[in-house]
Design a protein around this ligand. Structure first.
Ligand SMILES: [Zn+2]
Length: 726
């Protein structure tokens, strides 16, 4: 259904949409303004009207009207589609983009539950403010230092001790008992002697202070109740419902989201009261995880807003398995950035060091790698045309340290400046590990030092940034008083024992093609014994205009792109065709994802629909490293079903059959997209550079020049990596 997308793009001008939230000024052929996604004083956010695209040269975000709306309003693809369709005055239903019958039904149920929750909230809130039996709750609120402004802002409430107070009230409002149970506001009273027959419903929350839990858009989706008196459990949350998913909710998110974006940090505390007090005193970027460890779903939401996650951990729980699990989830949930590193001929260490990863992930065949064969290794590496992609977690996760034995709300109320200092000076995660992993060790004893090294080396091994890693090796060497070199050797051993996080892309094919595209058996020139498994050399032609192997004529049509200059137009037809082809390959054979995820990101796609499909693939893989085709298909919104059909056709027409060849195809396509994207940025930058020079804007000129150099570097890396050959 790309036609809906196209129609919307034709009807809603990106400059108008962006202009609603960013003051745009004309700058030559483009418009510029202050980026809404990062803090800046001079504008580096550009809107290009001819291509209906935008790009920020400060934070490097960019895309089309859909990405802008999604990012700016925190919407998913379908929500953005609905929003923009309404603006364009297009009926999604007529265009066939509306949800299926089932989706519509679920939508209606959710709507009814939200209404029900709103009504329940009103009742709880009134009970806290006005009821006679609410006096104990009011006293409790006061004792915790929560102001009446906060009570109103967070719509705090009270559930009384009676068994059916809320149930009777809501029934009076026209809701059925079944609806109350479905919403998690009531439970069935089941009689055992009547074989479990239901005898009416009773209130789920009783004698509790109620914290309404809202989603990021401020809609009430559930409640958290803190026991007043000796009630058990101390905290009770709405059970899992169609609206309420404990593992993805962050309390206070609706009120914190703007601050999180603006400050560029989120602080995660454990309790509702902690979050309320933290926001009340001014640290508005604070949210609470509702009685659950931090999960990947939490991180998925947060990473749209910030890359700095600060965990305010209960000091007693610091270093516990649950905390570590939360941290691991946090690390896992963030996007990984892959940095291509060409394997130069002399870089044997890197090559040998990453062999484990190559074998498991690429089915890489055994090559010569012992000392006496160094020369062969070099030649081998070169002939294979390999680049290595190193993973870097694109996030900063740190830990806020509080005085022992005090909860955040206590610290804040006792001494706000202590809290504020802790929030603004959190310690890096690795430094935190250095503390918690050694607190129980006697560092004066040799056994304590050995144990510290044993515990900390795997942690250091998680750091992919070499400079950072060196710094922590130095720190550890100082701590355990051992030479750095010895620790490096030990680290190598540790790393070899771990699953490698290095992906090696192989740009060579299994067999060489002749000019007509016919596979041609090649005889080994290196005299290697594994001729059977040997991969051939790269075609001499530009690898970026790679040719799908089966159908040369279609490929030739596509490769005409070679003659087309990369202009500003992101919707250039052949690029889109290649996107279709790549997404088609990935949907057909989802295991190919691992070969391309290091090369491209969502932002490299020019097509709105192909980008969304890549996004779906990407997030499916974040959840499950080997998802079934079915689980991917289930995530595709109905508006994109026609796109799926289209891309699968494209891949069927062109794709080779064997897995190695498919992987090569996918990698080449990915590189091609990346290069196209970089070249387009290049063009935009050249143009902006001229502009800045003409107006004498030295700051902008310097900034653009830096970016220009960076893009040249990336292009160079891509080119040299793909051209490595014997
Ligand atoms: Zn920006």
């Amino acid at each position: 259904m790309s036609s809906i997308i196209e129609t919307i793009k034709a009807k809603v001008d990106i400059a108008d949409e962006v202009g609603m939230v960013v003051a745009l000024a004309k700058s030559g052929k483009s418009l510029k303004g202050l980026c809404p996604f990062h803090n800046e004083r001079s504008p580096s956010f550009y809107v290009f009207k001819d291509t209906q695209s935008w790009h920020c040269f400060g934070c490097n975000e960019g895309g089309d009207i859909f990405t802008f709306v999604q990012k700016q309003q925190n919407l998913d693809f379908h929500e953005a589609l609905t929003y923009l369709a309404e603006k364009a005055d297009i009926s999604l239903e007529e265009m066939g983009g509306e949800r299926t019958e089932e989706e519509r039904e679920i939508g209606a149920t959710k709507e009814r539950l939200r209404k029900l929750n709103e009504d329940a909230l009103l009742w709880f809130h009134q009970m806290l403010l006005r009821s006679r039996e609410g006096s104990e709750a009011r006293a409790y609120v006061q004792s915790r230092g929560i102001t009446s402004d906060s009570v109103v802002a967070f719509s705090l409430g009270y559930a009384g001790e009676q068994w059916e107070g809320l149930t009777r009230y809501l029934q009076g409002q026209g809701y059925s008992e079944q609806e109350l149970v479905t919403a998690g506001l009531a439970r069935w009273r089941e009689s055992e002697d009547l074989g479990g027959e239901r005898r009416g419903a009773y209130d789920y929350f009783r004698n509790r202070l109620i914290f309404p839990i809202r989603d990021i858009r401020g809609r009430v989706i559930g409640f958290g109740g803190r026991a007043l008196g000796e009630n058990k459990p101390k905290y009770l949350n709405t059970p899992q419902t169609v609206l309420f998913d404990k593992g993805s909710i962050l309390y206070g998110m609706d009120m914190a989201k703007d601050a999180i974006k603006q400050i560029g940090q989120v602080v995660i505390v454990e309790g509702y009261v902690d979050a309320v007090i933290a926001q009340q005193y001014g640290t508005k970027q604070t949210v609470a995880c509702c009685g659950s460890a931090i999960t990947e779903k939490h991180i998925q939401q947060l990473k749209k807003l910030t890359k700095q996650v600060t965990l305010a951990l209960d000091p007693d729980a610091a270093g516990t398995a649950a905390t570590e699990q939360g941290i691991k989830e946090a690390l896992k949930g963030f996007d990984k950035t892959y940095v291509p590193v060409p394997l130069a001929g002399g870089n044997n260490a890197g090559f040998a060091g990453s062999r484990k990863g190559q074998q498991s992930q690429q089915g890489f065949q055994k090559g010569p790698n012992n000392q006496s064969n160094q020369k062969n290794v070099e030649r081998y590496a070169k002939t294979q045309g390999i680049i290595r992609l190193e993973e870097q977690v694109d996030a900063e996760i740190n830990v806020l340290q509080l005085p022992a034995g005090e909860d955040p709300d206590e610290v804040i109320r006792r001494d706000y400046s202590t809290w504020l200092y802790a929030v603004t000076h959190p310690i890096a995660l690795i430094d935190y590990y250095f503390i918690v992993k050694t607190t129980d060790l006697n560092m004066q004893e040799p056994s304590g030092k050995t144990e510290a090294a044993r515990r900390l080396l795997p942690v250091i091994g998680m750091i992919s940034d070499r400079i950072k890693r060196d710094a922590y090796i130095r720190k550890l060497a100082g701590l355990v008083k051992v030479e750095e070199r010895a620790l490096y050797e030990e680290l190598q051993r540790v790393l070899r024992g771990q699953k490698s996080n290095i992906i090696t892309a192989d740009f060579s094919g299994r067999s060489r093609q002749d000019a007509q595209g016919h596979p041609q058996e090649q005889v080994s020139k290196q005299g290697q014994s594994e001729t059977k498994h040997r991969k051939g050399e790269i075609d001499d032609e530009d690898p970026f205009v790679s040719q799908p192997q089966k159908d040369r004529s279609v490929a030739n049509k596509l490769s005409n792109e070679k003659n087309v200059s990369f202009g500003l137009d992101r919707r250039e037809k052949s690029t889109l065709k290649w996107e279709d082809y790549l997404i088609g390959l990935l949907l057909q054979n989802s295991s190919l994802y691992q070969y391309v995820c290091g090369i491209i990101t969502e932002g490299d796609f020019a097509g709105t629909d192909t980008r969304e499909l890549y996004h779906i693939l990407n997030s499916t893989y974040q959840r499950d490293s080997s998802p079934s085709n079915q689980s991917i298909e289930q995530s595709v919104p109905s508006a994109l079903v026609p796109t799926v059909t289209r891309v699968l056709e494209s891949a069927r027409a062109l794709s080779p059959q064997d897995v190695d060849a498919l992987a090569k195809e996918a990698v080449q396509c990915a590189i091609r997209l990346k290069k196209t994207r970089l070249l387009q940025l290049n063009t935009e930058l050249k143009f902006l550079l001229q502009e800045a020079a003409a107006t004498g804007d030295k700051t902008a000129e310097r900034q653009f020049l830096q970016q220009f150099v960076e893009i040249q570097r990336q292009l160079h890396t891509l080119t040299s990596a793909t051209k490595l050959q014997g």
